[in-house]
Ligand binder design. Structure first.
Ligand SMILES: Cc1cc2nc3c(=O)[nH]c(=O)nc-3n(C[C@H](O)[C@H](O)[C@H](O)COP(=O)(O)OP(=O)(O)OC[C@H]3O[C@@H](n4cnc5c(N)ncnc54)[C@H](O)[C@@H]3O)c2cc1C
Length: 348
């Protein structure tokens, strides 16, 4: 512990990025704290919680069955006009977390109970000083994991973020697919989704570049009104932004380490940011333990950013084409494992 400061590291944000960073610090001698403005860890729900199992295992995200709402064996990419690619696997290739349980698990059971102070809004950070709404704290390192809509980070431009809106609807479990994505001219740059959730509910949502001025709720209702199988009572709603642009080039500034949505650590092909947030949070913390921001920048530049950039390039090729996107998904399907069975309908 450096005696000149209150903490070795202050982590701003108790989402995936911040909790992953704190879990990495937990078993060291380092004095850290996580600050978050929310009332509770895991609430409000921030994400559908769908992740690829391959990456979950590679970067060490938790797979405890108690936090998994469903496993994905069968997925389908569609247009509302009947074009369709179905992918079926003989093993789960993805899963959907119960999001609240997942974040609570990260904060309590993943690495042991973490040091977190909730109901604490960070107003500003400058050099070693973190100004909260109740006190001034100092730290040698500051990890910023405050998500896409924070007062602290790089603001996203108009065409650099998707609007995302989801309704958990009271619907029976599907017997055919645990994940369906529809590409439609109603959702430019994104898609509509239907994900398996817990028994009796499914997650129905949409993400898109906000170009047409209609509210996300209206767009979702307009789309789902065409499909009786998607209509059910609303149990829960969630709305947020998803960064969808090139990953940042620089992720450090002095003793500040930026992770997750703040640096666009989102896989643009799926608009999934949990894996990028978890991985960048972990690497930022490993570097902060050595007071070495350049180490994090190197891992970002050499490993994390190229992975994200590949997805950004693919997104530019296959998305932003509305319903034509589904045909372009063939490109993705071709790199899927051999154990997968693919069926194409509707003359793509
Ligand atoms: C509707 C929707 C569905 C999604 N579905 C998926 C999915 O299925 N799979 C997937 O991989 N990704 C999904 N994403 C994206 C994913 O949720 C995000 O990329 C991920 O949560 C980013 O994690 P993070 O740690 O960077 O930020 P966040 O999870 O946003 O955490 C940031 C934290 O910082 C806190 N904070 C912000 N400002 C301050 C402040 N000034 N002071 C104190 N605390 C502050 C916030 O309260 C928050 O807890 C989805 C996103 C949306 C909106």
């Amino acid at each position: 512990m450096n005696k000149d400061f209150d903490f070795d590291t202050i982590i701003v944000g108790a989402g995936t990025g911040g909790l992953s960073a704190a879990a990495t610090m937990k078993n060291s001698d380092s004095k850290y704290i996580v600050l978050d403005r929310k009332e509770e860890v895991g609430l409000p729900v921030r994400s559908t919680g769908a992740v690829s199992l391959e990456w979950v295992k590679k970067i060490g995200m938790p797979t405890d069955p108690r936090i998994i709402a469903s496993e994905i064996y069968n997925m389908s990419f569609r247009t509302e006009k009947g074009k369709r690619i179905d992918l079926t696997f003989d093993h789960p290739v993805g899963m959907v977390y119960n999001f609240t349980k997942y974040e609570r698990y990260l904060s309590e059971k993943f690495a042991g109970t973490l040091k977190i102070k909730m109901k604490t809004r960070v107003l500003s950070t400058h050099e070693n000083v973190v100004q909260t709404d109740s006190e001034e704290l100092t730290a040698r390192n500051i990890i910023l994991a405050a998500g896409p809509q924070s007062n602290l980070g790089n603001k996203l431009g108009k065409n650099e973020a998707l609007v995302a809106y989801e309704e958990t609807r009271s619907l029976d479990e599907r017997q055919d697919f645990q994940m369906i994505l529809w590409f439609s001219n109603l959702a430019p740059g994104g898609y509509f989704w239907d994900f398996a959730d817990s028994k009796g509910t499914r997650k129905i949502g949409v993400c898109y570049y906000p170009v047409n001025g209609e509210t996300p709720k209206k767009i979702l209702d307009k789309f789902t009104s065409k499909f009786p199988e998607l209509q059910g009572d609303i149990v829960h709603t969630m709305a947020h932004q998803i960064p969808l642009t090139k990953p940042a080039t620089s992720v450090i500034s002095g003793n500040h380490y930026f992770v997750g949505d703040m640096v666009n650590a989102v896989l643009n092909t799926t608009a999934g940011g949990l894996q990028g947030a978890f991985w960048s949070g972990k690497e930022a913390a490993k570097a902060a333990l050595e007071n070495n921001p350049e180490k994090y920048q190197r891992v970002w530049t050499e490993q994390i950013r190229p992975w994200l950039q590949k997805h950004n390039d693919l997104h530019k090729k296959i998305h932003a084409h509305g319903e034509k996107t589904v045909g372009r998904y063939i490109t993705l399907a071709k790199v899927m494992p051999k154990s997968m069975k693919m069926k194409v309908f509707g003359g793509l």
